[in-house]
Ligand binder design. Structure first.
Ligand code: NAD
Length: 426
């Protein structure tokens, strides 16, 4: 869409802006635009938790199912103090387009609980997780809606969720993905999103004819996605020149030794103090002098008031929705290339799909099979998007076109609504 978006929008308005651009390019009917602009179902639950000190605290949780035309709803659960319904709604819709882009048989969903998981004891966190699952259990299911980890949740959380669901419905490992490996988790799932970011970066550098060795990368976030992306990108041969997390960051223009940084972080719990590196703020990594910027933490970190400070000519969106629609438009005008979240972080949902199929078949794949299939599916999805972008579109618009067109095709086949538009992505 050529028209500039408003400077500020809510997260769901921002996600819808991109969808509406695709709807215009694909000439979708008004019925379809109405159907796909809003989620199918939103559940808002109370989560009462008896704290260790005897007090009862009531947390708030959500599960939003955006569209299930292509298969069971799929999407992560976020534990974050600022999780809110509007953001969860936006993230659920992005999952619909993401699963369609990588052509796996899922719809899109997202969940969130307003909690700082680091402020709870392990027992409190487990009770909260179990109660959340009990309270959303009537809308999830192995062929209905399959949660996964996101910010603030991990394999341990998924193990508790599987157990809580199994107590109600019988042993059901396929109810969540991202589980611990002994409980049916897939090899390679923990690393998958970060590894996928590196695959997408490698493909982008190849398309641009750029040397990996000459590429300087800055990463915001050193959690699941950021730390595994750093590992895999260092293995590609690129130089990681800056990394930050919520507490602060470190920079070294000559390159950070990522395995040593990981070891330092595991030992001290902080990035700062890493030998040979200088300290920086969490935010300053976004403005680092580098060739590639990878936001891998929160959403909407690049926005109307700071996009001008971004120096990188290439942004790979490892986090969900890290660049607002307004900033995206301005960056595009300046010639900055943005590889969108709905492709760049799709490695996680791809390996989640592999995990779900392994659970259903009661069969385990080797790590190398997971890695090979991840590379093949992600790279071929990227190539499809590049082919669409070659018609003169930014990568995000091309990705939305491919994803939306596949969802529309499924909606039409099911007889829910009609667009009269031929699928782009047959
Ligand atoms: P995580 O909880 O493991 O890590 C989050 C990281 O962000 C931590 O290092 C934290 O310190 C950092 N952070 C938080 N606030 C920050 C701030 N203000 N400034 C700088 N850093 C900050 O979460 P994750 O699973 O790595 O998810 C990160 C992003 O990737 C999220 O946007 C998530 O939606 C997205 N994502 C995750 C997956 C997955 O498989 N985990 C898949 C797709 C997308």
């Amino acid at each position: 869409m050529d028209q500039a978006p408003p400077r500020t929008m809510t997260a769901s308005e921002g996600a819808n802006w991109f969808f509406r651009g695709a709807a215009t390019r694909l000439d979708l009917s008004d019925d379809l635009v109405t159907l796909l602009s809003a989620p199918y179902r939103e559940l808002h639950v109370q989560i009462p938790v008896r704290m260790d000190n005897g007090e009862l605290r009531v947390f708030t949780g959500f599960r939003v199912q955006h569209n299930g035309a292509r298969g069971p709803y799929k999407g992560g659960i976020r534990f974050h103090p600022e999780a809110n319904l509007d953001e969860v709604r936006a993230l659920a819709s992005l999952m619909t387009w993401k699963t369609a882009i990588v052509d796996i048989p899922f719809g899109g969903a997202k969940g969130g609980v307003q909690v700082d998981p680091r402020a709870l004891s392990v027992g409190e966190l487990q009770r909260l997780t179990r109660t959340y699952v009990e309270n959303i259990s009537h809308i999830i299911g192995v062929y209905r809606d399959i949660p996964a980890p996101d910010m603030g949740t991990d394999a341990r959380t998924m193990g508790w969720m599987m157990d809580a669901y199994g107590k109600m419905h019988g042993h059901s490992p396929a109810i969540v993905t991202g589980k611990p490996i002994p409980m049916g988790g897939s090899r390679g799932r923990t690393e998958a999103t970060g590894k996928g970011v590196a695959i997408v970066l490698g493909d982008t550098l190849q398309n641009l004819g750029r040397s990996r060795l000459a590429t300087r990368v800055a990463i915001q976030g050193f959690g699941n996605v950021g730390s595994h992306a750093a590992d895999a990108i260092a293995e590609l041969g690129c130089r990681i020149v800056a990394v930050s997390d919520v507490a602060g960051g470190v920079r070294n223009p000559d390159g950070l030794d990522v395995p040593a940084l990981r070891e330092h972080f595991a030992r001290t719990g902080r990035l700062e103090g890493f030998p040979g590196a200088t300290s920086m703020s969490s935010e300053d990594v976004l403005y680092e002098d580098c060739d590639v910027l990878i936001p891998a933490a929160l959403g909407e970190v690049i926005h109307a008031d700071n996009w001008e400070r971004v120096q990188a000519p290439l942004i790979i969106e490892a986090a969900n929705h890290p660049v607002t629609a307004y900033a995206d438009h301005q960056l595009a005008q300046r010639g900055v290339m943005v590889v969108p979240d709905i492709l760049a972080n799709a490695g996680g949902v791809l390996v989640s799909y592999f995990e779900w199929t392994q659970n259903i078949q009661q069969h385990r794949w080797t790590a190398s099979r997971v890695e090979t299939e991840l590379e093949e599916l992600l790279s071929s999805s990227y190539a499809e998007i590049c082919a669409r972008a070659a018609e003169g579109l930014p990568l995000r618009s091309a990705a939305f076109d491919v994803g939306v067109s596949r969802v529309v095709e499924a909606v039409e086949i099911r007889g829910i609504a009609s667009s009269g538009v031929e699928s782009l992505a047959a």
